[in-house]
Design a protein around this ligand. Structure first.
Ligand code: TYM
Length: 329
């Protein structure tokens, strides 16, 4: 029997945040020990919104380095850049003949991103098709994601099932792998929203590369709730509950145990304790990141990862082309 296959992607479209770490990266690091994992910096996805070309190139390397600095080990998993493996764009086009405009235009992320724009690119609408291609190319069984990507994963499943029904068994139908705690870290400035790396309000997120004093000041300004108690109650106290979640994950405690650390403690002292916990988590990641960026290691890792990804995905792509009726020579 083959090992369980895992695939996930991260966009290089901003500063990787604590939300990305808690919701996704931490799971990647755990899963690499037991499964055949592919992790991808999805630069083609980033092109669905306007990007500065130099910035995109730099962010692609930065995100790859941060994934490694978070604990991904090139000896245990495959890390690569999406545009280095042309099969992603190719399968995405082929699946354009399977996905429906109706289902794409119902995606909440599409509606959110499209709503304040004068013009909307075709790429923004087709974005989940490329995501389906990413996953299905590797016959992934499991896809570790935060809660915000669940709907896109459902669409990938629908596309896989539709294809299999029309052309015969081809794709594994992937399952989402969503953490029980930390699947939706909230914005510090507005707990009604998710913490997002593409936010224009830097105070709303903690970036993995934020220095300790920046982390402290962002947390000191974080929105809390009325009352004084540090208590986990997402309905009545969404701000405090978000900070408690962050604290508990950084300290490796349950939320209940985290609550127990703050009897009669005021919000200001609580926020300082959260900042210390976050800084203790970020310190080793930042140190390893600096090391990686000062050597040529990253280039070699991505080149090797790209080669393995191309090899593994080639069989699926050839099978799909044959089944859809493309002429081979
Ligand atoms: P992206 O780049 O926005 O986010 C990367 C991962 O981080 C998770 N995440 C969060 N988790 C908890 N709390 C938050 N506030 C938070 N913000 C982000 C996301 O759910 C994601 O798992 N479309 C994807 C990238 C992608 C992909 C794929 C993912 C492309 N192809 C194939 C899985 C499989 C995205 O934009 O994630």
């Amino acid at each position: 029997m083959r090992m369980t296959r895992v695939f996930s992607g991260v966009q290089p479209s901003g500063n990787l945040t604590l939300g990305n770490y808690v919701g996704a990266l931490r799971q990647f690091v755990e899963l690499q020990h037991e499964h055949d994992c592919f992790f991808c910096v999805v630069d083609l996805h980033a092109l669905t919104l306007p990007q500065d070309p130099e910035q995109l190139r730099a962010k692609t390397a930065e995100v790859a380095a941060l994934l490694l600095a978070s604990g991904l080990d090139p000896a245990k998993m495959t890390l690569f850049v999406q545009s280095h493996v042309p099969a992603h764009a190719e399968l995405s086009w082929l699946l354009n003949g399977i996905a429906y405009v109706g289902e794409l235009s119902r995606m909440t992320q599409y509606k959110d991103k499209a709503k304040d724009r004068k013009t909307v690119t075709a790429g923004l609408l087709n974005y989940p098709i490329l995501m389906a291609a990413d996953i299905l190319l590797y016959q992934a069984d499991l896809v570790p994601i935060g809660a915000d990507q669940k709907q896109h994963l459902e669409l990938s499943r629908d596309v896989a099932i539709r294809f299999n029904n029309r052309f015969g068994d081809t794709f594994v139908v992937p399952e989402p792998y969503i953490p029980k705690v930390g699947a939706r870290v909230r914005a510090l400035t507005d707990p009604a929203k998710k913490m997002s790396k593409s936010s224009e309000v830097p105070d709303s997120y903690i970036a993995l590369l934020d220095p300790p004093d920046v982390v402290r000041s962002k947390l000191a300004r974080a929105v809390t709730d009325s009352g004084r108690e540090v208590r986990y109650d997402p309905k009545e106290k969404p701000g405090v509950s978000n900070l408690l979640t962050i604290y508990s994950l950084c300290r490796g405690k349950t939320v209940k145990a985290a609550e127990g650390d703050f009897p009669g403690v005021g919000y200001a002292a609580f926020k300082e304790a959260v900042a210390e916990a976050v800084n203790d988590t970020l310190r080793p990641i930042q140190a390893r990141y600096e090391e990686l960026m000062s050597t040529g290691e990253l280039r070699d890792i991505l080149a090797g990862g790209g080669r393995r990804a191309a090899e593994v995905s080639a069989a699926t792509l050839a099978d799909v082309k044959r089944k859809m009726g493309l002429l081979a020579l």
